[in-house]
Write a protein that binds this ligand. Structure first.
Ligand SMILES: NC(=O)c1ccc[n+]([C@@H]2O[C@H](COP(=O)([O-])OP(=O)(O)OC[C@H]3O[C@@H](n4cnc5c(N)ncnc54)[C@H](OP(=O)(O)O)[C@@H]3O)[C@@H](O)[C@H]2O)c1
Length: 275
């Protein structure tokens, strides 16, 4: 099916797993899809694979290691040089790390890649999203998130486990989704998040040494929340299986949302000052 309303879509982490399959599905629907990869080589080779599969001539690519704030900024600058709007941003890239690792900013990597990167990227792209309105932001989160949030241990200097760090990063991304949705309510940009299901990808294998459902099932959920017309005015929601669902109680706590936002700005400011 080729659609008439062609959207300009950026999907982070579209070189593998759910994001890669979502890029294929969206390109097949006739959308203009921008593939994001951690480096140029990976982004280009993935774009070529998507092109071969879909025969789309509407593809492009961008690249940045999402652990690097400098690379995110550079990628966004290039984006602004090429495009004057963005209709849909899917913050899909994610990791789970068996051991605590820190990046060049001294930031724990799960938190940096799964949460700080989408926070920073989305805020940098807001002008383009405004130009694309009605536009959408979709954050890929997980059912694996928590009902508590310890601000004193954001960098996991104590008690690190892969699943706890992953769950906290997704809790942060949900808290961000709800507050951003509220901030953008009057601007014609919706912000939602979704759990893609237990999907057979390298991330799932790394996390639970187990398989899941085919990637197409996860990818179609991104396509649904990102493009379905009936969700055009729906914002600040958490989707599971294409239905509005409830995340943990703490994620709706306004004070926690606002404190996290403020702390995030401080973390980004000091990381950017040092580098
Ligand atoms: N699979 C599941 O069951 C499941 C369940 C709940 C939520 N999720 C979420 O779904 C999203 C997609 O995950 P997936 O399961 O499809 O995993 P995946 O197959 O491992 O794909 C993750 C994508 O993120 C990219 N990425 C990771 N770190 C990056 C970095 N530093 N810079 C740039 N790109 C980076 C990967 O790039 P490379 O190809 O270079 O590694 C890849 O394209 C994640 O947010 C994950 O948390 C997955």
């Amino acid at each position: 099916m080729v659609i008439t309303e062609k959207k300009l879509i950026l999907i982070t982490g579209s070189t593998d797993g759910i994001g890669y399959q979502a890029a294929i599905e969206l390109a097949k629907l006739g959308h203009q899809v921008i593939i994001h990869g951690r480096n140029r080589e990976k982004a280009v080779s993935t774009m070529n694979k998507v092109q071969e599969t879909t025969k789309s001539n509407q593809l492009n690519f961008v690249y940045a290691d999402l652990g690097s704030l400098a690379q995110i900024r550079e990628m966004v600058n290039k984006f602004y040089e090429h495009y004057d709007r963005l209709d849909l941003l899917i913050n899909n890239a994610g990791v789970i790390r068996q051991k605590r690792t820190v990046n060049q900013y001294g930031l724990e990597e799960t938190f940096a890649i799964n949460y700080l990167a989408p926070f920073y990227l989305t805020n940098l792209l807001l002008d383009l999203l405004e130009n694309g309105r009605p536009s959408r932001v979709v954050n890929v989160v997980s059912r694996v998130h928590s009902n508590h949030f310890d601000f004193d241990n954001l960098q996991w200097k104590k008690g690190y486990t892969a699943v706890k760090a992953y769950a906290k990063s997704k809790t942060a991304l949900i808290l961000f989704t709800y507050l951003l949705a509220e901030k953008l309510q009057s601007k014609g940009i919706t912000v939602n998040c979704l759990h893609p299901g237990r999907i057979n990808t390298k991330l799932l294998h790394a996390a639970f040494q187990a398989g899941g459902e085919p990637v197409i099932k996860g990818a179609r959920k991104l396509v649904y929340v990102g493009t379905s017309p009936e969700l055009k005015d729906v914002t600040g929601k958490y989707f599971v299986n294409n239905r509005i669902s409830s995340s943990t109680k703490i994620t709706y706590n306004k004070e926690v949302q606002e404190t996290l936002w403020k702390r995030t700005e401080e973390i980004l400011k000091s990381a950017l000052e040092v580098h």
